[in-house]
Design a protein around this ligand. Structure first.
Ligand SMILES: C[S@@+](CC[C@H](N)C(=O)[O-])C[C@H]1O[C@@H](n2cnc3c(N)ncnc32)[C@H](O)[C@@H]1O
Length: 217
């Protein structure tokens, strides 16, 4: 385990011991002190599976919600495509950092919790994007958080989820992150219509990733 992973683990273990399971994100962003090298999920660019989807579908820009936006790469990508983006994260330091990194007139940066989404977000977004959040939070939070995604999608809108796919659920996962089973992923869309499920293994990676997309009919 490298130093960054060790630090992440020590924050997530400590937060779990204190019963504050979601606090470690803020502790890690704060510890990073504006150095992205401490944030293992931040690659400085939008997720390739999101780019691929946007290129494939060429959706007309509308309103987009980026859930658990981290350092903001996906939000910035969508804003540059012309979307009016609301990007939120539970960690105030991440939101502040992302807003300084990507001050874009079409992005509204917000501190928020997927477990308690703003009431005015209900059915408000033509595109809802979730990248690596559900896999990063323990099951007791993941299940209620996942149920809050589909209600945010507007009429005819889409929900795009990207993460790690669990290919053998007989092996106990020592997360975070916790790769997600196909069965769990299928439940995330709720009453939306599934229009894409793409598993993929990127070159040089052992991890299998997925993109799942649903549409409001
Ligand atoms: C693994 S990171 C991924 C960040 C970003 N989506 C990316 O791909 O770079 C998970 C993010 O979800 C945020 N997060 C965790 N629980 C959350 C919640 N309940 N509501 C909103 N954001 C949350 C964390 O602060 C963190 O920024």
């Amino acid at each position: 385990m490298d130093e960054v992973r060790r630090q992440l683990r020590s924050f997530s273990d400590a937060a779990a011991t204190e019963g504050k399971f979601l606090d470690w994100f803020e502790r890690l962003y704060d510890h990073a002190d504006s150095n992205p090298a401490w944030i293992p999920w931040s690659k400085g660019e939008p997720h390739p599976l999101l780019i691929d989807w946007m290129k494939k579908t060429n959706l007309s820009p509308g309103t987009a919600l980026v859930v658990g936006c981290g350092l903001g790469e996906d939000a910035m990508y969508l804003a540059e495509l012309g979307w009016n983006v609301t990007a939120f994260d539970i960690a105030p330091t991440a939101v502040q950092w992302a807003s300084e990194r990507y001050p874009h007139e079409r992005i509204d940066w917000v501190v928020g919790d997927l477990l308690h989404p703003n009431k005015e977000w209900e059915k408000a977004f033509d595109l809802v994007v979730e990248v690596h959040i559900l896999q990063a939070i323990p099951e007791e939070f993941r299940i209620p958080a996942s149920r809050n995604l589909s209600p945010l999608v507007s009429s005819a809108g889409q929900l795009v989820c990207i993460g790690r796919l669990c290919i053998d659920d007989s092996i106990e996962q020592d997360g975070p992150p916790w790769p997600l089973t196909k069965k769990f992923i299928s439940s995330v869309g709720n009453d939306l219509k599934s229009i894409d499920f793409t598993p993929i293994q990127f070159e040089g990676e052992e991890t299998v990733r997925y993109r799942a997309v649903w549409e409001d009919e």
